[in-house]
Design a protein around this ligand. Structure first.
Ligand code: PEP
Length: 257
């Protein structure tokens, strides 16, 4: 991961209203320094209702923190009550959008076709997808984590052209490690992240595969991030619970210290 800038992203899930969001981002901005931004890219992924407030703060104070959303509609506009479109997120200057998070797959029935359609919707509007993939406990116990996760990568990227795919971020998040306190071992993370890069080389080419950032996610904390980040194919972390504590998230961003 020598030429890839690590991406440390905080997935707030359904937490923090817009006032709490401002206070939280202000805390992050106060703690983070140019040294941090030189080493890694830092992003927050708040609920939709916080995005305008975060945008105003980031613009007004010229913060180097990036932000994005946790989901996007596959459609650009129309009769889709309750949905949020790519053009809406682009208008708010979002950089990123997570797609196919395991909670969306589990609780909202998102299958490979929907994830693929959302990835393409993001790319249509210059939003960088953070594509979430990873196996559940049953698949891990059967030893099928690599095949399962690569099938998700294939399904999501199917007809995505190389000029778009080269900018994607992929988050390997074993479902059994999300929100459970049970972090994958660094070797487990490397096994699947390495396999994902190998698949990108097969689907596209090695040069593209070497550019794509692959994050690990699942019970990342300040105390376990350093060992994960030394793995050659891990280029950052998608952090859920621990990203809600500003001090802890800053320590995760500074994994090297
Ligand atoms: C996530 O939701 O993407 C995640 C990794 O959650 P946690 O860090 O809480 O396990």
């Amino acid at each position: 991961s020598t030429t890839r800038t690590p991406l440390m992203a905080g997935n707030w899930k359904m937490n923090l209203n817009h006032l709490e969001a401002i206070a939280h981002v202000q805390k992050l901005a106060f703690a983070l320094t140019d040294k941090d931004y030189a080493a890694v890219e830092v992003a927050v992924l708040p609920p939709f209702t916080d995005l305008r407030s975060v945008q105003t703060l980031v613009d007004g104070d010229k913060l180097k923190i990036k932000y994005g959303a946790q989901d996007v509609s596959a459609y650009d506009s129309g009769a889709y009550t309750g949905e949020i479109s790519g053009p809406m997120l682009a208008k708010l200057k979002c950089s990123y959008v997570t797609i196919g998070h395991s909670e969306r797959r589990q609780y909202h029935g998102e299958d490979e076709a929907i994830v693929n359609a959302k990835v393409k919707a993001a790319f249509r509007h210059d939003l960088t997808p953070i594509l979430c993939v990873g196996e559940g406990l049953d698949v891990r116990r059967a030893g099928n984590q690599v095949a399962h996760t690569l099938a998700q990568v294939d399904g999501a990227l199917g007809d995505v052209p190389a000029d778009q795919a080269r900018t994607i971020v992929i988050a390997y998040e074993p479902v059994w490690a999300i929100g459970t306190g049970e972090v994958a071992t660094p070797q487990d993370a490397q096994e699947v992240c390495g396999a994902i890069r190998g698949r990108l080389a097969e689907l596209y080419d090695q040069e593209l595969a070497d550019q794509v950032r692959i994050q690990y996610g699942g019970s990342v904390k300040a105390g376990n991030i350093a060992a994960i980040m030394v793995q050659p194919d891990v280029d950052g972390a998608l952090v859920g619970g621990a990203s809600l504590d500003a001090d802890e998230f800053v320590r995760i961003v500074r994994f090297a210290d």
